[in-house]
Write a protein that binds this ligand. Structure first.
Ligand SMILES: NC(=O)c1ccc[n+]([C@@H]2O[C@H](COP(=O)([O-])OP(=O)(O)OC[C@H]3O[C@@H](n4cnc5c(N)ncnc54)[C@H](OP(=O)(O)O)[C@@H]3O)[C@@H](O)[C@H]2O)c1
Length: 284
């Protein structure tokens, strides 16, 4: 089968094969993975996401550093190809999706049955603290809202009834965020995020932000802390800006109940998948 193999850490933007590339030349002779247990399922991968985490991982900058060589790729959708003798809920031909640490940039991947979700339409990451969104009038502030995890946070927030303030850079991104339901959008490349959010909160008789969803970090995080309500939760998702923010203890003192548990208690119930091109679609 074909697989994208990282043979050494390096710049993932360099095309596979050459001396400077971290990737080995892609060939069709990578071994198809065997079913590794009686409850294992082999999936023919039809679509897989390119995540920021993968970009970091290939450079050796992610928190988890797999031994070399490895096949990257985390979330995927595809069709069940083979099942172990003790798999009862799935059979060849079923359409499934899942999330894994590694291995989805390949034609086939093996997972345990319990790690797979039947693909009905589209699902999403489910973070522990999203239960907060079910409370009435929870205000959710999403930074990097037009990015991969940001868009899912806006969508989940709206589904769960939150008032969503979305921050992104550029008119097109703001239009898109409005179209998926954001209640207020802020262009951080030209607007003052704090002033804009405060005006919106005042106009809607809301006190402040209850949940800060932060995949960006840096100054944007520092500024956003000024908008938090007492008892607010901060979901530390990532640092797309490359700058890990320092959150001063006085913020915890004044706001209290800051929660940094997004990673610890995360579980996956599915993932929005984008399938590019008609040939990939037909394989699903
Ligand atoms: N905790 C988890 O489970 C988890 C899961 C997935 C991803 N992550 C992490 O979350 C972060 C975002 O991932 P993603 O897949 O959403 O990435 P992405 O699609 O590239 O989105 C990141 C967004 O951050 C914004 N941004 C603001 N300042 C930036 C800067 N200086 N440089 C780059 N982007 C900047 C960009 O939007 P604007 O240009 O509109 O500002 C961009 O759309 C990454 O650090 C990733 O590792 C964590």
């Amino acid at each position: 089968m074909e697989a994208l193999v990282v043979r050494r850490l390096g710049d993932p933007t360099v095309a596979p094969g050459g001396e400077a590339s971290p990737f080995a030349t892609v060939s069709g002779d990578h071994p198809v993975p065997e079913l590794s247990s009686p409850t294992a399922v082999r999936v023919r991968v039809a679509a897989t996401s390119l995540n920021f985490a993968t970009f970091l991982q290939v450079q050796g900058k992610y928190q988890e550093r797999p031994p070399l060589p490895f096949v990257p790729g985390s979330d995927y959708a595809g069709v069940v190809d083979a099942v172990g003798p003790e798999v009862h809920g799935l059979r060849p031909g079923d359409r499934v999706c899942s999330f894994t640490g590694l291995g989805s940039f390949a034609d086939f991947i093996v997972a345990e049955e319990k790690q797979l979700c039947v693909l009905v339409c589209a699902y999403f990451f489910w973070f522990r603290s999203t239960k907060l969104f079910f409370d009435a009038a929870v205000v959710l502030l999403v930074l990097g809202a037009a990015g991969g995890v940001g868009v899912s946070a806006v969508q989940i927030g709206k589904v769960c009834g939150a008032v969503v303030i979305a921050v992104a850079r550029g008119v097109e991104k703001l239009q898109y965020l409005k179209s998926i339901g954001a209640d207020h959008v802020i262009d951080s490349s030209k607007d003052n995020v704090i002033e804009s959010a405060k005006s919106f909160l005042k106009a809607t008789s809301l006190k402040g932000v209850d949940v800060l969803y932060d995949p960006v970090g840096g100054k944007l995080t520092q500024d956003s802390l000024k908008l938090l309500n007492w008892g607010a939760h901060i979901l530390v998702i990532g640092f797309a800006s490359g700058d890990v923010p320092a959150i001063r203890a006085n913020i915890a003192l004044v706001k209290a109940h800051l929660a940094f548990a997004a990673l610890r208690d995360r579980k996956v119930v599915g993932k929005v998948m984008i399938v590019m091109g008609s040939s990939a679609k037909s394989r699903l």
